[in-house]
Design a protein around this ligand. Structure first.
Ligand code: HC1
Ligand code: SF4
Length: 575
């Protein structure tokens, strides 16, 4: 511990802390823009400038280390003026169409302007020539909003090990984007959307599909069905000011019914179905000397990654479509047939915590008999907007249930798909039962839960030892893939999710602003807890015990991995 002075008060701090951290621990907020805990911290934007006694110039609090006897003023006239000037300069090169901006009321620059008392366009004049890129399936990049904070650059490089975003040009012409200002579609972007989640402004955002959904809802010839991903229920409440990780399953269903969807289903059912198909695929690979380790295929950002970076390993990917695509395929076949509706008249909307799902639904490899399994993908944020647009008072809604006719039942195994390790745990609940021909009492595989690096477990299943591993983010996945490439992998089954923490932290989830991120609050864990709580609350927690899944196989699909199941529920990948 050391003693230092902040704003004329003696305070305690710890060696190794920055001024920013020491001030925060002592109740003093220093505004920041580029700084993001565990991501950036270079002092680049200079918004956090403070006065340090003895220093010639103002110092960036986010990088300046504290020491015994240090004297700091965070709110001197000089510091306040400099900070405001920096923000005024950023604003001078920013397109100020706040009213129609996707981040209006939820923008970190807007908040800074308010906090610092920026009142006039002090440096109005010439502006950088902006790039507007909306070519990729899920992400829009608009540099007229970019504040050059570098948060997306570091996230793409550090968390995803991809590094396709960088600074280009110099001085006034500086821009952030892919090399040569190319489109995200023309570089190895995996569409994970992690860059969107850390963008403080509207420079990066999802390609919105809300209006397409509204058009379908108003088209009398369309039968419009919605499904919601596991992780959405753990974040949607945040769009309405509820605490991070509040489980809003029932309110969400009620809201979707009020919006006017003809049916409201849960992607969890699709997750249970995925476990059947993927579990049996794994067993068949084990029993028939198939390609191992088998790797999960439900995260489309991850699928984009392996296609770009490790095409030689594609045979390791499960051939299963992802849960929402499987449910879409069931809706347009089994449901359509049962209800005597032409599949062409059915419009399936998936609400997902993910932007890569927007591209996944368009893939030619995923067409079933020429039709898309899913017609529109809304992010959690977009669903929040749709609910507000329709004047629904979300917070006061009573809980309602998913439509129960065909795909309403789901198990605890389905819901935990949304947290890293969940797909593996769900698969083990089924695979171990099938291999041992027993109803095992083990349900909780704690070794594969949590956010700490790559998780692994070695399980004795009958006479077999099954080694499993779980990675979330491409940085964690890479060493596992290198091992497979070198023939040194000891694993039989691997779960890989594109986003750190899994879908609960997907690129389409509610924004967690820098203030919350920098406070050290673990939002991924809070959301994952909501899903594990829902798992515990389910009477049935193994996918193969879902009675509607059993009925679906008995009445329509036959066996898991049957020819029909392959036709509808499996896919292939492109090198
Ligand atoms: Fe996911 Fe999945 S868990 S990929 O993370 O397999 O997006 O939530 O919907 O499809 O079920 C996302 C979440 C989601 C699929 C499932
Ligand atoms: Fe990088 Fe993912 Fe953003 Fe693409 S979507 S630029 S891969 S962080």
């Amino acid at each position: 511990k050391i003693k230092m002075t902040i704003n004329n008060r003696e305070v305690e701090a710890y060696e190794g802390q920055t001024i920013l951290e020491a001030a925060k621990n002592n109740g003093i907020h220093i505004p920041t823009l580029c700084y993001l805990k565990d991501v950036t911290g270079t002092g680049a934007c200079r918004v956090c400038q403070v006065e340090v006694e003895g220093a010639r110039t103002l110092c960036a609090a986010c990088v300046y280390p504290v020491r015994e006897g240090l004297v700091v003023k965070t709110n001197s006239q000089r510091a306040l003026d400099a900070r405001r000037r920096v923000v005024e300069l950023i604003v001078s090169n920013h397109s100020k169409d706040c009213l129609s901006c996707i981040r209006n009321t939820n923008c970190e620059l807007q908040r800074l302007c308010q906090e610092l008392g920026v009142r006039e366009d002090a440096f109005a004049g010439e502006k950088n020539t902006p790039t507007f890129d909306e070519v990729s399936p899920g992400i829009v990049r608009n540099t007229s909003k970019c504040v050059l904070c570098g948060r997306c650059v570091e996230t793409c490089a550090k968390h995803q090990g991809i590094g396709i975003l960088g600074f280009m040009n110099r001085g006034f012409k500086t821009k952030v984007g892919p090399v040569y200002d190319k489109s995200l579609n023309d570089v190895n972007c995996i569409q994970c959307g992690q860059c969107i989640n850390v963008c403080p402004v509207g420079a990066l955002h999802e390609k919105e599909e809300v209006h397409d959904v509204i058009i379908a809802l108003n088209d009398p010839t369309k039968h419009v069905i919605v499904q919601t991903a596991p992780a959405v229920r753990a974040s949607l409440g945040e769009e309405f000011g509820m605490p991070i990780g509040t489980r809003v399953t029932g309110k969400m269903v009620h809201a979707l019914k009020l919006v006017g969807f003809d049916k409201v289903y849960d992607t969890n059912f699709g997750a249970d179905l995925t476990i059947m198909e993927e579990g049996y695929e794994f067993i068949s690979r084990v029993q028939n000397n198939g390609v191992l380790p088998m790797i999960t295929s439900c995260s489309p950002g991850w699928v984009n990654y392996i296609e770009h970076e490790y095409p030689e390993l594609l045979d390791h990917l499960s051939s299963c479509k992802s849960p929402h695509m499987m449910l879409g395929a069931m809706i347009k076949s089994y449901y359509a047939k049962t209800n005597n509706i032409d599949p062409k008249d059915i419009y399936v909307v998936s609400v997902m915590p993910c932007v890569a799902k927007k591209g996944e639904k368009e893939r030619e490899e995923n067409l079933t008999d020429g039709l898309k399994d899913v017609d529109a993908v809304l992010t959690t944020r977009e669903l929040g907007k749709l609910i507000k647009m329709f004047g629904i008072n979300f917070r006061d809604l009573k809980d309602e249930d998913f439509d129960q006719d065909m795909f309403g039942e789901y198990t605890g195994a389905g819901v935990i798909f949304g947290a890293s390790g969940g797909v593996m745990e769900a698969a083990l609940r089924t695979v171990c039962d099938v291999l041992t021909n027993e109803d095992l009492s083990t349900l909780d595989y704690h070794a594969v839960r949590g956010e700490e690096g790559v998780k692994e477990a070695s399980l004795k299943v009958g006479d077999l030892t099954v080694n499993v591993a779980v990675a979330h983010s491409m940085t964690l996945a890479k060493p596992l893939l290198e091992d497979i490439k070198n023939g040194t992998s000891k694993y039989h089954f691997i779960e890989i999710m594109g986003c750190p923490g899994g879908c609960v932290n997907g690129g389409g989830q509610s924004y967690i602003n820098a203030l919350t991120r920098n406070s050290g609050f673990d939002w991924k864990q809070a959301r994952a807890k909501a899903l594990y709580d829902e798992d515990l609350a389910q009477p049935v927690r193994k996918s193969h015990k879902n009675s509607q899944i059993q009925k679906l196989y008995a009445n329509f699909l036959g066996e898991p991995n049957s020819e029909k199941a392959h036709h509808l529920l499996h896919t292939h990948y492109s090198k």
